[in-house]
Structure formats: C-alpha cells, structure tokens
Design a binder for this molecule. Structure first.
Ligand code: GUN
Ligand code: ZN
Length: 453
C-alpha cells in the first residue's frame, strides 16, 4: 500500500495506521480491562469533517470507509490528544523560578510577569508560543488562566481559534490586596462583572472555545467578588468556572482568617460556586466532607503533581478523591509546574502517589491524561476517546524517541510494561505528531519557532 506523508494527508477521509489505544472509562485501581480498547496493529478513520468515523483492528476497516487516504504511523502509538486540566498562559516566562512557596512565589515572580499582559501584542506573542508548546507536547485541550486584563483573554482565544483547538479560559478576577497587587486588580466588582459579561458575549461557545469564569483564588477575592462569581455562574447554566483551592498550608490558614467557614471548599460553596463544570485546581488540603460535597455537586479537581512538588505544596490524594466519585483531571499548572508534557506530569504523579502508598498504573495514567481530563472538563461527549463522532484530536507517540526509552521498550515483556516505560521516561520528545480535528498541527520534523524577546 502507498501511504501518504502525514502532512499531505489533510484532505478528505484519512485512515491512520498505528497502535491505537483509547479509554471508555476509568480502569480504576483494579485495572478493569473493559475500560480500554487496544488495537495493535490498529486503524483510526477520520472523516473530512475532522470527526472519528471508526476505530478498530488494522485489517477490519469497513469497505465503505476504505477509500480514505492511508497515513502510516505503524509502530507508533496513537492516543487521544492530551487534556491539561489546569495551567496559566501568562506564566510562560515564570516556569523554573527559584526558591519560594505559593504566596511568596506569586508576589515575587508571577505578578510582575502578569503585568505585561496589559499589552495585546505581548499577549498574542506569548499565547501563540504557549499554544504551540502545548501542541508540541501532544496537548490539544486545556483549561487556562490568562491574566486580569481583557487583552490577555482576547489574545488567547484568537490564537486558540487560529489553531482550531478546543480551549477553555476566562478573564482572571482579583480585587483584594495584598493577594492581588494594586496594579493588577479589578477596579470594582461592577467593572469585573461587566468585563466578564462582555468577554462571555464575545467568546463563549464560539467554535471550539468555552468561557470559564475565573476568580484567581479566595485570598485575592473580596466577599462581594465571590458573590458576583456565584451569581453569574448560577445564572448561566452552561458557563464553566475555574479557580484554585487548598494548595498550600499558609494559603489555607489565610482563607480561614479572611473568610472563616468549616473549610476552604466550604467557603466556595457558601458563594454558590460548586456545581457541574466547576474546577478546583490542587485541592490537596481537603477532607472527606469536602470530597463528598465536591462529588455530589459535580465539581472537579485538577491534580498538578509537578507544581505541587516544585512549590513544596503537598501530596494530592487521588484514590480518596476517586473513591468519593470526584472527577479528576491532570494539570501541568505551568508556571508552578515544571513541564508542559503530560507524560512528564504522569511520571511525577506516579511518585506523588507512591509517597502515599498508592499506585498509578500506566492504563489509569493514560486514562487520566485523556478521557479523565475530558470528564473533568465536562467535554467527554466531544473529546477524550475515539468513539464514533468524537472530534479527532490525537497524538502519535514514538516508543523509540530516546535511546533510554527505546532500549527499555525493547526489553518490555508486554504492552502495559511498555506503556509504563513511556509514561515514566517519555516527555515532549516522544511526540511524533499532534492532530487537531484530523489536521496535523505539529510534527517533530518542524520544530516550533520561539519568538525573540
Ligand atoms: N493560586 C493563586 N494563583 C495561583 C497561580 O498562579 N498558580 C498556582 N499554582 N496557584 C495559585
Ligand atoms: Zn494554577
């Protein structure tokens, strides 16, 4: 058979040949084999509209789909595009900032960097670089904090739209000193609400873009700001909400002093912020009552292991959250996190859980990075696996990307051992190509260009 080069094969129906893995549900701690489908060798058929038409064994492509252009990724692993459940487009230049924990790190590094986003040109350049870096890491959907500036939201959504990526974001809201510095504050709650409504009107549900109302976190919010957030969120049943919660012990103590309440999650609950499509990044310092409340309300958590280790924040208890029925996605939390790669993030997740006598299998890890993330963002009906009709965002991974990975793959006894080696040793170097709606948007033969400063 004559295979098209991947880059040329962007018109009409395409049949991608390779080892195909995707998930139907969480394999859990018991490795439920009905939770995934592995086709080795397999084929993925994508229609001209960028949606999945069929997935299955290589030799069983239905005859009526057989006219598709064959694309050769044989020997590589094809999985759904990674979903990054929490990170900051404004912190491209903050990653790898030395020596502080959360509150001091925000003051010393994050807020100075975020001030520059008042400038739309800066916002555009950084947003473009940020999104290209996600694509180069195999990430096709993310829920993203920009800054308090409207320009940062416009620039981010424009750049996401240019790349056809399914992205969630919204203007950061912050109005309480000192956790919001004076020159990075919403001037009033009324203005914050007006700006939010204007941006919702401009971007929400535009193509693949989704607006998420984004109070930064409780310490940088007045009570009236959180009241406004809860009111707008309750008023619009299809609005998303994202924030941070219970990441660091000093932060938790601050919230107790400022707001009282039984717990950090309880404070957000008080303002009507819990519910479907609301996401609480980190949620390390929560108890069983909080987990039950998050689960019952349909609220979700983003587990951000590289950030939690780098900022010395603490260890997230995944098994307790999942046992309580909370939807959990995996986040890089750039720039608290230290890698854009969801593979590197899984590697650190494994270690965070090992320190708590928990195990993260490769199957559960890849579930979390794909369908689990889609579920955490309430987009499991559109993305996250290769069921017919889903949007065909996918990534092609190379088992032999580095000599260490190649060798470890060769000596692996079975698929799950190989996959665990990829999860532990892989990073953006393992990404051969990234497709968005069936279009190749990144190939490792075309490295991204970093704009000069
Ligand atoms: N809490 C409030 N703001 C931030 C932020 O920018 N990064 C992280 N990791 N936590 C936060
Ligand atoms: Zn964050």
């Amino acid at each position: 058979m004559a295979y098209a080069t991947p880059r040329a094969a962007t018109q009409g129906r395409c049949i991608y040949y390779g080892t195909v893995l995707h998930f139907l549900r969480d394999p859990g701690t018991q490795q439920d084999p009905a939770a995934w489908q592995l086709f080795d060798p397999g084929a993925l058929v994508v229609g001209a509209d960028g949606r999945v038409e069929w997935v299955g064994p290589e030799g069983e492509v239905p005859p009526e789909l057989g006219d598709g252009t064959p694309v050769d990724h044989r020997g590589k692993l094809i999985v759904p595009g990674f979903v990054d459940a929490h990170l900051h487009a404004s912190q491209v230049d903050v990653i790898a900032s030395y020596g502080e924990q959360l509150l001091q790190w925000l003051e010393k590094y994050v807020f100075p960097a975020e001030k520059a986003f008042v400038d739309i040109d800066h916002s555009r350049i950084i947003s473009g670089l940020f999104l290209d870096t996600l694509l180069a890491s195999g990430t096709t959907t993310a829920t993203v904090h920009p800054t308090v500036h409207k320009a940062s939201v416009d620039a981010f959504f424009e750049e996401a739209e240019n790349r056809s990526m399914r992205m969630l974001s919204g203007k950061v809201l912050m109005d309480r000193e000192p956790y919001a510095p004076p020159d990075l504050k919403d001037p009033s709650v009324e203005q914050a609400e007006a700006d939010t409504r204007e941006l919702i009107g401009r971007w929400h549900q535009k193509g693949r873009l989704t607006y998420s109302i984004t109070p930064r976190f409780a310490p940088s919010s007045t009570e009236s700001l959180l009241q406004m957030v809860g009111r707008v969120y309750q008023e619009m049943p299809d609005l998303w909400l994202q924030t941070h919660a219970a990441e660091n012990t000093e932060e938790v103590d601050t919230v107790k002093e400022l707001f009282g309440g039984r717990s950090y999650i309880d404070v957000y609950d008080r303002y009507g912020m819990l519910g479907n499509r609301s996401l609480y990044a980190h949620s390390i310092y929560i108890d069983d009552q909080d987990r039950t409340r998050l689960s019952q309300s349909g609220s979700t958590i983003a587990f951000c292991p590289t950030s939690n280790l780098f900022l010395g924040s603490g260890l997230f208890n995944l098994d307790a959250a999942r046992a309580a029925g909370v939807r959990v996605g995996l986040g890089t939390d750039i720039g608290g996190g230290t890698s854009y790669s969801m593979l590197a993030t899984l590697n650190e997740a494994y270690k965070v859980l090992a320190l708590q006598q928990q195990k993260l299998s490769a199957m559960r890890g890849f579930y979390l990075a794909t369908l689990g993330g889609a579920e955490a963002l309430y987009f499991e009906d559109r993305i996250g696996n290769f069921q017919t009709g889903k949007e065909a965002d996918f990534v092609v991974l190379d088992w032999a990307a580095t000599p260490v990975l190649k060798r470890r793959t060769e000596v692996s006894a079975d698929f799950q051992e190989r996959l665990f080696a990829l999860m532990t040793l892989g990073d953006e170097r393992a990404v051969r190509a990234t497709y968005v709606l069936g279009q190749e948007r990144y190939s490792n033969t075309n490295q991204i260009a970093v704009p000069p400063r």
